[in-house]
Design a protein around this ligand. Structure first.
Ligand SMILES: [Zn+2]
Length: 349
């Protein structure tokens, strides 16, 4: 089967997508129209052109975190946030995604509290439960926040997990990896885990072997990126062996790593080493709006750069399902992908 056809058509799962970073230009324009209609001053105008970061962009990883402020200006009211959620789910669905875990940091705005922020996304997901795409929410803790703030977000996540067990499935740590220490967030993450939430951590985005070891020893359900873990990429033999032994699945975001300069180019991306060593990997987008990509495009790039055959790519999509947080959805999604594999004779790897 031709890759041009395979990548969009194969049922895929997206496990690492930040809501605000995933807003497409079309969604942002629709949100701007909404602000005009309701008469709320739109302060994002001068900044919209700065939202997308391409490969040749000179901005680095830290600069990229500033870019999110632009999206944040467009998701200030509950109505806009609900619209952003719905439109983003539909875009992923159109791209052949059948299950998504969106993540977002609860934010207080002049129009809503942190509690309303999570509630709005959860309600929008429930209202879209009839769509073929199944959606869940991972609540994010930003590592630049204080321990007190992190603890209150964990408490919120726990109470919402009880209220919306069908929607809120996990908690994660993200934000500028040059700021804050992982160990400070362990109590908040641990309380969430005890309450039944799954945990994923942005791990090894910058060279910090001690923190990578602490994270692996914490045994999260998944990690994101994992750039500086292999010794050739800023990790050590110890971090690499620990990851291989742990078999913790890694959310791989190719274009994001290139565009933030975490990785110099696609050919030297650490995916190659992980795949060779049988570390479980899941192809994800991270911020499809900011990095002008899509999940099917990431699959396509992966196949092209690492010379994967259609059957191998299909196997990647299938294996990713083992790592979704909504365990009750796994069987049906696997069946969907297996049907696609059988129909297109992609069984042989
Ligand atoms: Zn991320």
């Amino acid at each position: 089967m031709d890759l041009n056809k395979l990548c969009p058509e194969i049922p895929k799962v997206e496990l690492h997508a930040h809501l605000n970073g995933s807003l497409s230009r079309a969604t942002m324009l629709q949100l701007k129209r909404y602000y005009a209609d309701v008469g709320i001053t739109d302060t994002s105008d001068a900044f919209l052109d700065e939202f997308q970061i391409g490969a040749g962009d000179t901005r680095n990883l830290s600069d990229c975190f500033q870019v999110f402020n632009i999206a944040h200006r467009l998701t200030r009211t509950p109505e806009a946030l609900a619209m952003a959620t719905t439109l983003t789910l539909k875009e992923f669905q159109e791209d052949g995604c059948c299950y998504i875990e969106l993540r977002s940091t609860p934010r207080e705005t002049p129009f809503m509290t942190c509690r309303q922020y999570i509630e709005t996304i959860a309600e929008a997901m429930r209202n879209n439960a009839h769509l073929p795409i199944k959606s869940r929410l991972i609540v994010s803790i930003n590592r630049t926040s204080s321990i007190k703030e992190a603890e209150s977000i964990a408490e919120l996540a726990i109470s919402f997990h009880k209220q919306y067990p069908d929607i809120i499935v996990g908690i994660e740590l993200s934000g500028d990896p040059n700021v804050g220490r992982f160990e400070d967030f362990i109590p908040a993450l641990t309380s969430a885990r005890f309450a039944g939430l799954k945990v994923t951590l942005h791990c090894g985005e910058v060279c910090n072997p001690q923190e990578v070891m602490e994270m692996i020893q914490f045994k999260p359900d998944r990690i994101g990126h994992g750039v500086c873990i292999h010794p050739d990429f800023g990790g050590t033999e110890e971090t690499w062996q620990a990851l291989c032994k742990s078999q913790i699945p890694v959310e791989i975001c190719l274009t994001s790593n290139i565009n933030t300069k975490s990785t110099p180019d696609y050919n030297s991306h650490h995916f190659k080493e992980f795949y060779k060593a049988n570390v479980p990997v899941i192809i994800c987008t991270d911020d499809k709006g900011v990095f002008s990509t899509s999940l099917s495009q990431e699959y396509r790039i992966c196949a092209d750069v690492f010379d994967l055959q259609p059957a191998q790519l299909a196997k990647l999509a299938l294996n990713a399902v083992d790592h979704i947080f909504a365990e009750e959805e796994r069987k049906a999604i696997k069946e969907k992908i297996l049907n696609f594999i059988n129909k297109n004779s992609l069984e042989n790897v």
